[in-house]
Design a protein around this ligand. Structure first.
Ligand code: SAM
Ligand code: SF4
Length: 338
């Protein structure tokens, strides 16, 4: 054997779950705080927030992300709460962007405070921004988000486009609220190189309220087909969105069946909440608190083993995951990370 040091493999032990699904994607909530109060996500008074000392510091998050990346995670999405309400987010993003093996760094934001950070996000090489936008009408924006910040969100939209950061629009479809605006929102993809994704409303508004008669995937598809008869479905990818093309459009459309849970067989994601709790499914409430383990002195190896154990005991799908914790309190998407 040559005594020469062999180059280290970047992802030496790819994570594969107990159903053979490769796990390559981590959604990381850096805060549970938010500057909006979207009706589908939380009550008007907001959610009860984590005490600050229970929120992972950026140093702790950096260590955890490094461990995930060493295990085979190649894509990280920063989410929340609203990530940009947390101070010093940019230096954190800059650091994790440089982790060897992390190919793709994304942020999901409501866009309220994001516009001024766009030049820096471009500079650090952010791979994509998901911007939540449920309506193009300012008065309706207020009805949905309970704050008058439409103009600021629109400024983020314009700025991300002008800096050519790959942009996706997340639109939660609510019956009787914005279901009449699907064609107008979809037209953003006609005029701009963006992917507009319509998301089924999921039961995570922090209030344990079932959703009565949600607008489901098939209805969204039918409504888009009526507005755009040339709508063409693209082959399935391993993402949650089913993608569509309309000839002549600069961007794409997508539908995310988060309520119907039609993508579980290809689910490649893990979630880490702002409290450091690892969840292997959005619909299962039983996570493991990695932050507590880390603070109790767990070594990297011990943390890796815990992640591996969680990954190899996943549920087959969201229905089974939900059934396994039926009496769990209904969380807000702001604390789960979307
Ligand atoms: N605050 C940021 C934002 O709104 O983009 C990031 C966190 S938010 C929880 C992440 C995503 O979850 C957003 O696109 C939001 O629209 C979506 N979301 C929140 N509550 C939801 C629900 N009940 N059903 C479906 N999507 C939801
Ligand atoms: Fe805040 Fe995002 Fe939840 Fe809206 S969806 S309340 S912006 S965390």
């Amino acid at each position: 054997m040559s005594p020469q040091k062999q180059p280290q493999s970047r992802n030496p032990s790819p994570l594969i779950d107990n159903f053979g699904r490769p796990i390559t994607y981590l959604r990381l909530a850096v805060t549970d705080r938010c500057n909006l109060r979207c009706t589908y996500c939380m009550p008007p008074e907001g959610i009860s927030l984590l005490p600050r000392e229970q929120v992972a510091t950026f140093e702790e998050l950096e260590r955890l992300v490094r461990i995930f990346v060493e295990l085979g995670i190649s894509k990280v999405r920063i989410t929340g709460g609203e990530p940009f309400v947390r101070k010093d987010l940019l230096p954190f993003l800059e650091k994790i962007k440089k982790l060897p093996g992390l190919n793709s760094l994304h942020v999901t934001t409501n866009g309220v405070q994001t516009a001024r950070f766009i030049p820096q996000l471009k500079k650090i090489g952010l791979n994509g921004l998901n911007l939540s936008l449920d309506t193009l009408r300012p008065e309706r924006f207020y009805r949905i988000a309970r704050r008058e910040y439409f103009e600021r969100v629109w400024e983020t939209f314009r700025s991300a486009l002008s800096y050519e950061i790959p942009l996706k629009i997340n639109c939660v479809v609510q019956r009787g609220v914005n279901e009449d605006e699907l064609a107008a929102l979809a037209s953003l993809a006609r005029d701009y190189p963006v992917e507009v994704r319509f998301i089924e409303q999921m039961p995570f508004d922090g209030q344990k309220r079932p959703i009565h008669n949600p607008v489901q995937y098939s209805e969204i598809e039918a409504s888009l087909k009526t507005a755009f008869p040339n709508l063409r479905k693209l082959p399935r990818t391993n993402g949650t969105a089913r993608l569509f093309l309309i000839p002549g459009f600069k961007g794409h459309l997508g539908i995310i069946g988060g309520y119907s849970r039609c993508f579980c067989s290809a689910c490649n994601r893990l979630r880490l909440t702002a409290a450091g709790i690892l969840h292997t499914c959005l619909y299962n409430k039983n996570g493991v608190n990695l932050l507590q383990l880390l603070r109790a002195g767990a070594s990297d190896g011990e943390l890796r083993k815990t992640v591996f154990r969680m990954v190899t005991s996943r549920f087959a799908n969201g229905q089974q995951a939900e059934a396994a914790s039926p009496n769990a309190p209904q969380s807000s998407m702001a604390s789960i990370g979307g």
